[in-house]
Each structure stands twice: as C-alpha cells, then as structure tokens.
Design a protein around this ligand. Structure first.
Ligand code: AMP
Ligand code: MG
Length: 418
C-alpha cells in the first residue's frame, strides 16, 4: 500500500523532542502512496494530481482584447494630435471580425474578442470620440496596449499544473480552461481512527455516571474529511489490551494511516506501549510543546500510526502541527503547503517559561484600524469551546519568556481565503 522504510528507524525511538525534530522525523519517515485513478474535473476538488497537466494548446488561444474599445494598427496613429479612423466592423467575444484592419481603419472590439488581423493595439472607448463611422483617437497610445497575447497564460506543451499539486478552485478552473475533462489523481488516503477511553460514550447513547461524550472522533471526522481522506471510523475502544490490539490490527489491515486519541499520557502509556511494541515499531515522544506533549508515532504493518493525546484541544494542535503534513505527504502532496507565521501585535500580556513551544488559542481582531491578537482566557487543553472561538493559534517559540502587550507574536490563522 505504501512504501516501506527501515523498521529499525532511529526516528521511532522513545525520545524527548522539539516540535521541529518531531515534525521532521515524521516527514522523513513517510513516503507517498502511488496508486492513481481518473476522475472528472468536478470530482477532483481537494484531490492530488498524479501526473503533470500539460497544456494542449495556448491559453488564451488567440491574441485578444483586454478592454472594450477600438482595435487599430499602431502605425496608423499620429504621434501628436487626434487621428481619425474609419470604423470598418465589430469584433465580439465569440464572434470575430473576419476582415483585415488596414491603415486608417479601426474595428469596434469588446473584451475577450479575437484581435483582428492587422490590428496590434486597442484604444479604450472612454478616450475616443465617435462621429458617424469615424472614431477619433487622441495621441499618447502605446503599441500593443490593452491586448492579451496568445499563450500569455499558458503556452502549448507547458506544464500547466505539476504532479503533487492539491487541486483547489483555481486549479479546477485552470484545468477547464484547457478543455480537459478528466484527470489522473492519487487515490484517496485511507485513514482509520478510533478513540480510546473507558469513560467515553458515543452520541446517541445516554451518559452513565462518570462518562463523557467522545468528541475527538467528530473533530477528527471534520479534519480528515477536509483533508480529502477516505475515513474509516472504528468507534470507541475501551482501555483493554485485547480490544485495543484487535482495533489496531483491523485498522492496519485496511488503512494507510491510523489515528488514535488518548492513552498516550504517562499514566496510560505503559499499557499501550506493550501492545504497540508487539504489533509494530512505535516511538513514544514527549514533545517540548504545550498542549499536546505526549504522542506516539510509528508503523504497524503498512500503516502509519499517529497516537495523539486525548484532550480535545491537544488533538487539534497535534494534528495541525504534526500529523497534517505527514498525512499530506503520504497522500502525495508535493511540495507541502507553506504555513506562514504572521507577526501580529499581542493585545494582552502572555506568561510563559522558556523551554517549550506553546500554542495558544487567539483571536485576530481589528481594533481602531490595527490588527491585534487576543489570547482567549480559557487555555485548558480540554476546553474545546475556545478552539471554536479562536481564529488562530499564537505560536510562542521555545526561547520565549513571555510577551508584553504590543509585542509582535507569531500567528497561524485557521482559515485561508479559499
Ligand atoms: P488520556 O490522554 O486518555 O489520558 O485523556 C486525556 C483527557 O482527554 C481525559 O480527560 C479524557 O477524558 C479526555 N478525552 C480522551 N479522549 C477523549 C475523547 N475522545 N473525547 C473527549 N475527551 C476525551
Ligand atoms: Mg484515556
């Protein structure tokens, strides 16, 4: 299903790691799935190109007008004063002028219409004056102005989109502009996930005393659906060795990646560690971060395991900071997306000890015409509400010893434009 890597990989040793080391080890371990399938353009949204898309012809196919106006021969125009030209026809988008524009002539032209033979320049209608069949063009026009050249968007045989590109709205449009109806994309990544914990109840069943509803599986459902994965929900697995082992074995049979939540914190890890050691090659990491400190990563059979912590916010933070790019790489995305850390002025002080990277839920807000970021008051890793109220993570580096109001902090916004 996936390429195999060495089972003795030092990447999987138990370790105390920085966020960067953990991320790099994961990325170095995983290799993309290779299977491809053909899909129609509309079904390709969010999919990953398995092969380069080559432009079958120039886009645009013809020189055309970028404005409504008059197509002229530049050499017809006087260098000073007005030039009178006789209007010999019209060119509309989709309905070209079939004749030739000679010296002293002009063709009325609309945006997108093919530039008629003989014309090389478009004069916008706003600067012209028309009397009967004569158009008067002022001096100061530039040769070639207001025209779009054939192939200026894409030249024939050029790589329009490279393999490894994840297809968004712009790419669907670009592909359609090439007249391509079907594409080769990587098959979807199969991701199995389950929650662990004796305290967890599934929605639809009443809560017994001491139980809580399993929220992680729903958050993961959302995250993985957005990722474009084929999701396999294996439900809640109790903290029992046989149940856990059976779930992991089943998941490893059917999935490229397995995501579990819970059971990796110090108190519980020993129990899971023994099972995982028997089933595969898994490292337990104590990351120098907050939240999301404990994490397991490794391999069971052909499947990669991401053992995320149990707390709902830790799940989202460790998914975004570690699992996401590894899953994208597994899916075939290349290069990985850039995730800018944007400097924004902190609206409030933030306390922090140096030594670990911290991710705080924040809200980037415009105050008196300036963008500022507020950290939300409730930063407990079990408080999912603040994840919903936040629109960004404030990322404080290992070295940071706290932040004063007005100081710039690094921010990762949750949502992009598209
Ligand atoms: P654990 O890592 O298993 O020790 O869990 C840490 C905390 O997260 C505990 O308070 C759990 O009850 C909570 N937790 C674990 N899994 C889930 C889940 N699927 N949904 C909601 N909370 C959870
Ligand atoms: Mg637990």
């Amino acid at each position: 299903m996936t390429d195999t890597t060495s089972c003795q990989s030092p990447a999987l040793d138990d370790a105390s790691l920085s966020a960067d080391e953990a991320r790099q080890r994961m990325l170095d371990s995983v290799a993309p799935i290779t299977h491809a399938e053909k899909v129609p353009v509309r079904n390709a949204l969010g999919r990953i190109l398995a092969a380069d898309v080559i432009a079958p012809y120039d886009v645009p196919a013809h020189d055309n007008s970028a404005m409504d106006g008059y197509a002229v021969r530049f050499e017809s125009l006087a260098s000073d004063g007005e030039t009178a030209l006789s209007v010999v026809g019209s060119a509309f988008a989709g309905n070209a002028f079939s004749g030739l524009v000679g010296r002293g002539q002009a063709v009325r032209i609309m945006t997108g219409a093919v530039l008629p033979a003989g014309a090389d320049t478009v004069v916008v209608q706003e600067v012209t004056r028309v009397t009967g069949n004569t158009v008067f063009v002022p001096a100061g026009q530039k040769q070639g102005q207001n025209t779009r050249r054939a192939g200026e968007d894409l030249a024939r045989n050029a790589i329009a989109l490279p393999a490894g590109k994840r297809l968004g709205p712009a790419e669907l449009g670009l592909i359609a502009s090439l007249g391509i109806a079907e594409l080769s994309v990587r098959r979807r990544l199969r991701v199995a996930f389950f929650s662990t914990g004796d305290e967890l109840a599934s929605i639809g069943s009443p809560l017994a005393p001491g139980e809580i509803y399993d929220s992680n599986r729903y958050t993961l459902y959302g995250l993985l659906t957005r990722l474009g994965a084929e999701i396999i929900d294996l439900g809640v697995v109790p903290d029992r060795a046989e149940a856990l082992e059976a779930a992991l074995r089943e998941a490893a049979e059917i999935a490229d990646a397995i995501i579990t939540t819970g059971g990796v914190s110090v108190g519980e890890a020993d129990f899971i560690r023994e099972i995982l050691a028997r089933l595969g090659h898994i490292g337990f990491w104590k990351l120098k971060i907050k939240p999301g400190r404990p994490m397991a990563f490794g391999r069971i059979g052909h499947a990669w395991l991401f053992g995320l912590p149990g707390n709902p916010v830790s799940v989202m933070v460790s998914y975004a900071q570690f699992a996401l790019d590894a899953l994208l790489r597994l899916s075939g995305v290349d290069p990985l997306p850039v995730r800018p850390l944007l400097p924004v002025a902190a609206a409030n002080a933030i306390r922090k000890q140096p030594g670990r990277r911290e991710y705080l839920r924040g809200r980037v807000t415009e105050v008196d015409g300036r963008w500022q970021v507020f950290t939300l008051p409730h930063q407990g890793s079990g408080i999912l509400r603040s994840m919903s109220e936040a629109n960004c993570l404030v990322v404080l580096s290992e070295a940071s010893a706290g932040v004063q109001p007005g100081e710039a902090v690094d921010v990762q916004l949750f949502d992009g434009l598209y």
